[in-house]
Design a binder for this molecule. Structure first.
Ligand SMILES: O=C(O)CCC(=O)C(=O)O
Length: 292
């Protein structure tokens, strides 16, 4: 019997019903989930009760888990799981990353030469208001752009820099290790990719890391990127998730960007995060080059 599902957004987000993710999933369910995730940018699973090892085991069904450059946000028990939280430990140190502020439209790991594009976020504690997360569908964004802009995008590579991402973070999430710096020189990626399953064209963008366009002067590049972002982020291409405790969301950074609303600094928010290397036969995987 096919998996129960409910569309949360016509093309971008789909809730999968009736699964108990703490249990081992049979091969036919795993195959169906993999197929579903290659079509929807965001999969939603509600009412889950997952320990870190169970979360990691489920996410690893979609590709090897990646330990990200933010080793300072990693869980001590399962280092492939990161903590996204505004909470502090007994010494007043943040237990994870990203605090309580707004997070601008971004695609995780766009600053890497070979980005791991699968992501999972699992909600354990939530503020009474704010802290919603939104995703934009960059296939629909491309399809809706004027022809002139589509032609322009097709021949360009943008420059993505982690230094810009860090500058936008709240105090406390800005410092990275020397090792992380070495792993994140500026890179270029093509602005356009084709989905290996559906053939759809999709933009690849990240407002928090794009600093230029290869072969263009600074002013012309900034003007082009502004125009692309303005055309891409339209309400009809966006799904906003109002979190409930026990929600696990998976998303594909190959053709989406996401952003977060801020929330009250005195409220508690605790999320657990995974990163996966998705299968290139089912997902867009951007191939980078060192920025010259
Ligand atoms: O906290 C959130 O809702 C989103 C966090 C985020 O942007 C990320 O983990 O990449």
């Amino acid at each position: 019997m096919p998996l129960g599902r409910r569309l949360m957004h016509p093309a971008l987000a789909c809730e999968v019903l009736g699964l108990r993710l703490w249990e081992e999933q049979p091969a036919d369910i795993v195959a169906e989930l993999r197929t579903l995730w290659s079509r929807y940018g965001v999969l939603v699973f509600r009412r889950q009760a997952l320990g870190e090892a169970e979360l990691a085991r489920f996410c690893a069904l979609f590709g090897p888990l990646e330990r990200t450059v933010r080793t300072d946000w990693a869980s001590q028990a399962v280092p492939e799981v990161g903590l996204i939280s505004n909470l502090k430990d007994a010494q007043g140190q943040s237990i994870g990353g990203l605090g309580d502020g707004e997070i601008e439209w971004h695609s995780d790991q766009s600053y890497m030469m070979h980005p791991a594009t699968g992501a999972g976020l699992y909600a354990l504690e939530l503020p009474p208001e704010g802290g919603t997360t939104s995703w934009v569908d960059l296939r629909a964004a491309y399809a809706g752009m004027p022809e002139r802009l589509r032609r322009e995008v097709a021949k360009r590579r943008a420059v993505f820099s982690y230094v810009k991402r860090l500058a936008g973070y709240q105090e406390g999430s800005r410092t990275i290790s020397e090792d992380a710096k070495r792993q994140t020189p500026p890179v270029t990626h093509t602005l356009l990719h084709n989905h290996p399953v559906t053939g759809e064209a999709a933009l690849y963008l990240d407002k928090t890391t794009t600093v230029g366009v290869a072969g263009m002067g600074d002013n012309a590049a900034a003007a082009l990127l502004d125009e692309i972002y303005e055309a891409a982020v339209r309400p009809e291409h966006v799904y906003t998730h109002h979190w409930q405790v026990g929600d696990l969301l998976l998303w594909d950074n190959g053709f989406t960007m996401h952003r977060r609303e801020p929330f009250d600094a005195n409220a508690r928010r605790l999320m657990k995060r995974t990163t996966m290397r998705l299968d290139p036969s089912r997902h867009i995987i951007p191939e980078g080059a060192l920025a010259g």
